[in-house]
Design a protein around this ligand. Structure first.
Ligand SMILES: Nc1nc2c(c(=O)[nH]1)N[C@H]1C(S)=C(S)[C@@H](COP(=O)(O)OP(=O)(O)OC[C@H]3O[C@@H](n4cnc5c(=O)[nH]c(N)nc54)[C@H](O)[C@@H]3O)O[C@H]1N2
Ligand SMILES: Nc1nc2c(c(=O)[nH]1)N[C@H]1C(S)=C(S)[C@@H](COP(=O)(O)OP(=O)(O)OC[C@H]3O[C@@H](n4cnc5c(=O)[nH]c(N)nc54)[C@H](O)[C@@H]3O)O[C@H]1N2
Ligand SMILES: [Mo]
Length: 767
């Protein structure tokens, strides 16, 4: 079987230059235009980029960073937003001819990059049992196959329904309604691999799994900590907000093992001083932390703050807030007093002076925000780390006041909205009860499977139908060999997709690919042109309306695809009005307004200029819907990640030229890598100590001590060593090439999120 390792490009052509100290600037503008023109041509480029993130346009399919309320710029997009649009709005297509030419086996030997570059999927296609090529199929016949396979299962729990985070609110709401009407809560989603740790930690500590700040809060903060996040690449529009915050006097501290370009300097391509000159410095301080050291950092800082309070009582702690709004303070204080600062220094790799400086910044700030992303969530102790970040804010009363709070920066553009709409394997009873009342159905109550547990269920043949609403499950999940074998165990795999990817080729006995419209595409149904809605990282809900003519009349909207499957599966007389929902999305929104809290008057509110914000009790009124009815201080034993001799701690991250598993190109401009992706960033000292030279090629072997105490090894071959300013003992390489190294069992405590940011590896010389 062809393997993902068989990359057709030659890694000897990789060119490494010095990594960049600033993000954006002129090259960013040029790259966005080039990508647009080569994929879409001049007219579509102009038409689509003009509508990106505008009130009457579509929501950027890139990240979930909000638009700046009130003063949107004409071009509210960034280089990577433009790439996301070019990727989707491309004029290239893959239709029946393409699949007649290329067998599944042939396509399996191609890279994700090559697959994605072939163009938009245009026809529903099927791979029938025992055949070698996908062939066209009518929509009705595809829906019949799905209905028959689902109906043949011994139990609804033998089906798995995945969701990626671009799915609109309307499609997500109908999709979970279909799944629950069918009888299961097996709804793994990309969030399981992403911000699940944030959701777990925030729900336990403040009673809601979402961030508590808005864009104006960030602009008006005194102090912003940015931990485990690379906004220059993954949330470029955040840099404009940070620049504004800085010009209002904020201090920004970046906490990252890597000196990421955007964290250090930012050249705003939409401003003159960004185009010429050095741009604006974003970070005042850069704490180059060791991988997995953040929990120690937050506990160490808390200890220093407590010491300062002891020295000058009444100057550091926000006693009125603590007494009135929090629980568990005394036990926490007792624990924090016992934290050992030497351990903190070892765990973080920072100096005691850096810790004191940062503590002083926290003491001086009257409005502190902590932002974070995957560097914190994808860790074994990710949930505890985020709880510690919350502790640090709670002790100073930094939740529920302007310019202060928690800011988990979300990934996919509607991943937060999908959760709000019920895409979760353990939605609360209140939601299920409201859903049942609205539709006269009985939703299952037993919790379903998340991403990791779904893989196990397929591996052990407890599940055999896999349906994906977007995404690239085979590549995005850990332990690639196991995941692929699990998918191959299925009797049916169905992928609702815009672009070709690896998940289409790692299939069940029968496989379907259903081509869907994307954000940029015009969506016309029986009652006319439709729009959908999305929720951004800061709980703002707004419209998204595509304007480009779809590349094929055979594509359907995600809403239409869900309704089509449901109609065939449930037959006539089902209590849910699928046909009406499909013809008029306002009707879906009316139903949502009666089921989901905060969406009352949805159709009216979403037609307001800026959309509307969802309630957030801690932010709005310092109300905490936790078990104690208060914000909880959490006590966690300190965990960190010492690196044994001869080994490296590997984090797997994104290059500047990819969107998750979609590879836009082979250059990581900010890190100085061109023409290839199989690189391993390692500190010069480690390269030397381990007996290598910069530019050598190595194989990566991960070492995992399993439950029975023996060491399992996994391999990913042929990476070029790149000397890079990462902490000693820490390495970095791109995802998804490194996913075969991540054991399925290596998950975060409580959130079950794969630990993609701390994989213990050793290197082997290539023969
Ligand atoms: N262009 C583009 N935009 C995207 C995406 C994309 O792939 N491309 N993906 C989207 C999605 S789904 C998501 S979730 C977000 C991801 O956004 P990020 O979380 O920014 O993405 P990663 O590349 O995983 O980067 C993780 C960062 O954490 C740092 N890090 C790693 N380990 C640690 C640690 O132990 N401690 C600390 N403090 N830092 C650490 C890494 O050096 C890196 O800077 O971006 C979204 N936006
Ligand atoms: N090692 C490692 N693994 C990781 C991560 C990591 O940092 N390291 N990050 C994790 C994270 S944060 C995430 S979010 C996951 C991402 O996991 P996924 O969301 O599953 O993966 P994507 O690569 O975003 O999915 C891309 C595919 O989505 C389809 N698509 C794009 N737009 C649309 C649309 O509008 N509709 C439909 N129906 N389909 C569409 C296209 O066919 C495209 O090929 O990966 C996780 N995996
Ligand atoms: Mo994500």
């Amino acid at each position: 079987m062809a393997r993902r390792d068989d990359y057709e490009y030659d890694e000897h052509s990789i060119v490494v230059t010095k990594n960049k100290q600033y993000a954006a600037g002129v090259p960013a503008v040029l790259v966005s235009l080039q990508r647009g023109m080569s994929q879409m041509g001049a007219t579509r480029t102009a038409a689509s980029l003009a509508k990106l993130n505008q009130r009457k346009g579509f929501d950027c399919p890139g990240c979930a960073w909000p638009e700046t309320p009130g003063h949107r710029k004409h071009a509210e997009f960034c280089e990577n937003g433009a790439k996301a649009v070019a990727e989707e709005a491309t004029k290239r297509t893959v239709g029946p001819d393409f699949f007649a030419t290329h067998s599944v086996d042939d396509l399996l030997g191609r890279t994700e990059y090559w697959l994605g570059q072939q163009g938009r999927l245009t026809h529903p296609i099927v791979l029938r049992p025992g055949t070698t090529h996908y062939e066209p199929i009518e929509w009705d016949d595809a829906n019949r196959i799905i209905a028959d396979e689902l109906n043949a299962l011994g139990s609804p729990h033998e089906a798995i329904f995945y969701t990626s985070g671009r799915t609109s609110n309307e499609a997500a709401f109908l999709y979970q309604l279909l799944i629950r009407s069918f009888g299961t809560n097996n709804m793994p989603d990309c969030s399981n691999m992403c911000h699940e740790s944030s959701g777990s930690a925030l729900t336990a500590s403040i009673g809601i799994g979402k961030g508590s700040v808005s864009v104006p809060d960030i602009e008006n903060a005194d102090l912003i900590l940015i931990a485990g996040q690379n906004p220059g690449t993954n949330h470029p529009r955040m840099l404009s907000t940070l620049e504004k915050a800085k010009s209002n006097g904020a201090r920004v501290i970046a906490i990252n093992p890597l000196p990421e370009a955007g964290l250090l300097r930012f050249k705003d391509p939409q401003k003159v001083h960004g185009v010429i000159g050095d741009g604006a410095a974003i970070s005042d301080d850069f704490l180059q932390i060791r991988i997995g050291g953040d929990m120690a950092l937050f506990q160490g800082l808390a200890k220093l703050l407590v010491a300062a309070e002891d020295a000058a009582p009444g100057t550091v702690l926000d006693r009125p807030f603590i007494d009135r709004h929090t629980a568990g303070f005394d036990a926490w204080l007792d624990h924090i007093r016992r934290v050992d600062l030497d351990t903190v220094v070892d765990a973080t790799g920072l100096t005691i002076e850096q810790l004191h400086d940062t503590a002083q910044a926290l003491i001086e700030s009257n409005a502190t925000i902590i932002c974070w992303a995957m560097g914190l969530t994808q860790q074994t102790h990710g949930v505890a780390t985020i709880e510690e970040a919350v502790n640090l804010l709670l002790m100073r009363g930094m939740i529920g006041k302007p310019g202060a709070g928690v800011c988990p920066v979300r990934g996919h553009s509607n991943v937060q909205g999908d959760r709000t709409m019920g895409i979760w394997e353990k939605m609360p009873e209140s939601f299920l009860a409201a859903l049942d009342t609205e539709f006269d159905i009985t939703s299952p109550r037993e919790h379903g499977l998340d991403a990791v547990d779904s893989i196990r269920a397929m591996q052990q043949r407890r599940a055999s139908v896999f349906i994906a609403m977007g995404g690239n499950f085979a590549s995005a999940t850990p332990d690639t060999d196991i995941t692929e074998a699990a998918l191959r165990n299925c009797s049916l795999t169905v992928q609702v997709s815009t672009k070709l990817n690896r998940s289409h080729l790692v299939h069940g006995r029968t496989a379907l690919i259903l081509p869907s419209l994307g954000r940029t595409d015009k969506d016309v149904q029986a009652t006319g042109k439709q729009f959908v809605t999305v929720e951004d990282s800061m709980s703002m809900v707004h419209r998204s309306r595509g304007s480009l003519t779809p590349s094929s009349i055979h594509m359907r909207s995600e809403v239409a695809i869900v309704c089509g499957i449901a109609e065939t599966l449930f037959g006539p007389g089902h209590p849910v009005p699928w046909t009406s929902f499909n013809s008029d999305y306002d009707l879906i929104r009316d139903a949502i307004s009666r089921v989901v809290p905060g969406f009352e008057g949805f159709n009216t509110k979403v037609r307001q200029k800026e959309g509307f914000g969802l309630p957030h009790p801690p932010r709005d009124s310092r109300t905490f819907q936790t078990k104690t009815g208060k914000a909880n201080f959490s006590v966690n034993d300190l965990v960190w990640l010492p690196v044994p001799p001869g080994r490296l701690m590997l984090q797997t991250l994104r290059s500047h030229d990819q969107y998750n598993t979609t590879i836009y190109g082979l250059d990581d401009r900010y890190r100085g890598v061109k023409g290839g992706r199989r690189v391993l960033f390692v500190n010069t000292r480690d390269i030397k100590n381990l007996g290598y030279r910069d530019g050598d090629h190595v194989d990566l072997i991960s070492e995992w001590t399993n439950r029975s105490g023996s060491i399992e090894e996994r391999r990913a071959d042929n990476f070029r060593l790149v000397a890079y300013p990462t902490p000693v003992g820490n390495a970095a390489a791109y995802y998804p090439e490194t996913n075969p190294l991540i054991p399925l069992d290596h998950v975060a405590d409580k959130s079950n999120t794969p630990v993609s940011k701390a994989v213990l590896i050793r290197l082997e010389h290539r023969p």
